[in-house]
Design a protein around this ligand. Sequence first.
Ligand code: ZN
Length: 244
Amino acid sequence: MRIAVLSDIHSNLVALDAVLEDVGVVDAVWHLGDVVGYGPDPDGVVERLVEIDAIGVRGNHDAAALGGPEIEWFNPEARRAAEWTAAVIRPATTEWLRALPERRAIGDMTLVHGSPRDPLREYVTTLEVARAAFDGMATEHGLHGHTHVPLAYVLEPTRIGIKDARDGSTLDLADHRAFLNPGSVGQPRDGDPRASYLVLDLDVAGAAGTATWQRVEYDIDRVADAIRAAGLPARLADRLSVGL
Ligand code: ZN
């Protein structure tokens, strides 16, 4: 079973479509939240995810667009974008976002946006928090986003290891429990502006399978122009071309 795992799409339909074209035929598309926020096309992204039957979880920007208290922790640019998103989205988009759970378990995988113990807020950026994430999951493996940086934590016998998650890297899921971040489709922050995503190849017969990170170029100028044309903060357009 081949699954595309997408996170932090952030209303960037051009990047999402580039990823979907790049990944080709898959059995399922899972998303890890922050479907909206920052970018210019929230309705278009949700429409596309509905079209392809994507399933996933809610992120803090999705919650903020629904009027949640998450907006209080945002910096001024994120806040402006969240208010813009809340004002422009169609009722069908609101309804779809509202139906997203904060966490979900599918087979061997837990899906969250931030961390299992605090799905809408916590960033998994330290080994301590990664250890708590393994403790907080009933499943063998987990998937998370929120940091916009592709990364793999693996639970080794005496420590937490960090594995390579650069373009083309593959991790064998049979070796260890793993907590994986696909990186961000719509606003990467690891210095590489290309859209980032993960492909899971899961053996339905029981063997764990593999996870492979992928990057794909998309028309950044087109999205940056749309961000400026929408009256969103210019820095949200500028950062796309540097991947930060
Ligand atoms: Zn995000």
